[in-house]
Structure formats: C-alpha cells, structure tokens
Design a protein around this ligand. Structure first.
Ligand SMILES: [Zn+2]
Length: 355
C-alpha cells in the first residue's frame, strides 16, 4: 500500500500554496539545520492572539494539509469575521528537513518536541522566538499519531486525540491549563455527532521539554491536536477534515468565549488513548518460527511507514501472534479465505514464515 498525500515536503507544500488563488502574508522566522526557510503566516488584527504550528515532526503531515483548508476558510466571509477578533500566527512546517526526509526528528536527529528547555536546535529557537515576540493568548500544537490508538481501553479507533498539557510536575490546575481543558472539552462535545467515541485524550505526565507543557507553564493555554486514524483511510482525508473542523471550532470558541461553559469534568470524561490497535489481524494462520510450528494462530500486523520517492509506503511488519490476539485491528482477514497471502505483502520485515 502506498500514499502520495502523506508525504509533504516543503517543496510540495510551497507548490500547494502557490496554487492558491490568493497570496498568503508570509515571513521567514528562522532556518532549519539544512538552511531551509521556516515560514510563518500572520492573519487578522483581533485582540486575541493564537499561535499554531504544525509538522514539528516531519512525518506528521495531516494537520499541515488541514491548514491549507483553514487558509481557505479564513478567506470566506465567516473567516473574515473571525479575523476581526483574532490574530493568528501559523507556522505550517516547523521542521522542513524532517518533512523532506519523512522523519519525526530534524536533520540533527533531535526530536524538536523534547527540546523546549534546551533550545539546542534552530527550529526550536525559531518557535520560541515567535512565541516571545507574538505573545499569544492560545497555542495549538499540531501533530499526527500512529494508527495504534484506541479512544479508551479496547474502544474505537482514536481519529483525533487531544491533550491539555500539565503546567508543572504536581499537575496543578493552573488558569492556563484549565482554559485548555475547557476548550478541548468544547471541541470534543461538538465533534461527537461526526466521530462518536472516536476522540482520545493523552496522558498528562509533565514533561517541560515538550513545547505544550513549557508554554502552559509560561501561562499560555496550549492544546495538543493529534490527527489520528479512521477505518482504512490511510491517506487520512477524513481525519484532515475532522482536524479542520476541530481548528474552526477551537478558534470560534476563543472568539465567542463559548468554551468557558465547559467543565474540567467534561475534559476528564474524554477516554484516554490506549495502544490497542494494529493495522491487520489475520486469523487461522499456520506459522513456523525458529522455535516451532503453530497451527491456527491469530497474527497481528502493523504498518511501518517508509519514504519511497515522493510517496509513503506502508510496509506490513509482524507484531505478534497467539491463539487469541488481545488487540483490535483496522482490518481483519481470514487466512483460509485469502487466495494469495501476497495480498498482505509479507516480503519486507518478515521474521516468520506464514502458510
Ligand atoms: Zn508529533
């Protein structure tokens, strides 16, 4: 299986922006390790300021693609009205080198979202400098998550996940954290009709090296948005639409203050993200390994994402097998009904023989 859309280099992104029928206000706010420009776009002139950044992990492109739809939204009459109340600063690709290489890390092999205190990397420094100069009232930290997450123990696939990060090691409910929780609760409530029980919440252990925790501790409500997985939509077109809806819901709520009606209890009720999914479970497989021959097993398979040219290839890799796999899958196959096992392409990363 292959996806063209999931691969989003800065070159490809630039072409997408150039194809827009309007020009984006653009400034260069820094340069990557490999000297690619880091661009930011500023919109509106409202009193409430919102800073958004995406693709600080280069292989998480879905939220960046949703930003293109957000730009289009901002160009409508509804968007224009929003921008009279809100000023936005958007950095679509904080890690252009990682975007090009399709890696989480930057060109120095550093996870930028563990560099919020050290600021050892030019990309991290660019984000902190924009934060200091812009002085946002809210931040949206945009990411993409693997297809392994369930919204709650053995729940539905987490199509979106959120976190209102902790502000300190004691998990105190600081004013900034409370506002982030209320805003997430508002978004969660309003998306239930589209993705019922498919929104998860991340664990809130404090990590000041993460930008969300760092900015929350500096007093700015910061929301982690994670584009997740839905069904067999590996291109993540559906998730992109849900991210756009979640962004517009968040921005509108900041504008009209509606989220302040939500309670922290509503945030706490969002089910926690659990690693309960694999991509495929194949039933009734006979398996031979170095240690023996196992009949009628259930085999769990996950996809490893590998850049190939201008695309992402999903390589099936064996996760585990047993008589009864205690996991959920986006696709369940029965080996007895598969005419060719090559359908699931077990050529790469194979550690066992399947019959
Ligand atoms: Zn990420």
């Amino acid at each position: 299986m292959i996806s063209k859309d999931r691969y989003l280099s800065s070159h490809k992104w630039d072409l997408m922006l150039k194809a827009l029928p309007y020009k984006l206000p653009t400034t260069v706010v820094g340069h990557s390790v490999l000297n690619q420009p880091i661009n930011a776009h500023r919109f509106g002139n409202g009193a409430k300021k919102v800073l958004l950044w995406s693709q600080m992990h280069g292989n998480e492109s879905t939220t960046t693609r949703a930003l293109l739809d957000l730009f289009n939204h901002l160009n409508t009459s509804k968007g224009e009205k929003l921008l009279t109340c809100i000023t936005m600063m958007i950095i679509p690709q904080l890690n252009p080198d990682g975007a090009k290489a399709y890696t989480r890390v930057n060109a120095n092999d550093v996870d930028l979202n563990r560099d919020a205190l050290d600021l050892s990397q030019p990309e991290s420094r660019a984000l902190k400098e924009v934060f200091d100069a812009f002085q946002p009232n809210f931040c949206f930290n945009l990411h993409g998550q693997r297809s392994i997450f369930a919204a709650g123990k053995m729940g539905k696939s987490a199509s979106l996940s959120f976190l209102a990060p902790a502000a300190d090691a004691q998990n105190n409910l600081s004013p900034a954290r409370i506002q982030a929780m209320q805003l997430i609760a508002h978004i969660h409530k309003n998306l239930q009709k589209d993705i019922p029980d498919q929104i998860g919440r991340y664990d809130d252990t404090f990590n000041p090296n993460c930008f969300g925790d760092r900015f929350t501790s500096l007093g700015v409500p910061t929301l982690l948005y994670e584009a997740g997985h839905n069904g067999l939509d590996y291109e993540r077109h559906f998730t992109k639409k849900m991210i756009l809806d979640a962004l517009v819901l968040g921005l509108n709520a900041i504008e009209n203050g509606e989220f302040l009606n939500c309670s922290m209890a509503e945030y706490d009720q969002i089910p926690e993200n659990k690693k309960d999914y694999v991509d495929i479970i194949i039933k009734n497989v006979d398996i031979r390994t170095e240690t023996g021959f196992f009949k009628k097993q259930e085999l769990a398979v996950y996809y490893q994402e590998v850049k190939k040219g201008e695309s992402v290839v999903f390589k099936p890799v064996c996760h585990s097998f047993s008589k009864k796999i205690d996991l959920l899958a986006h696709r369940v196959l029965n080996a007895e009904k598969i005419l060719k096992l090559s359908e699931v392409e077990f050529n790469e990363g194979r550690t066992i023989d399947i019959f």
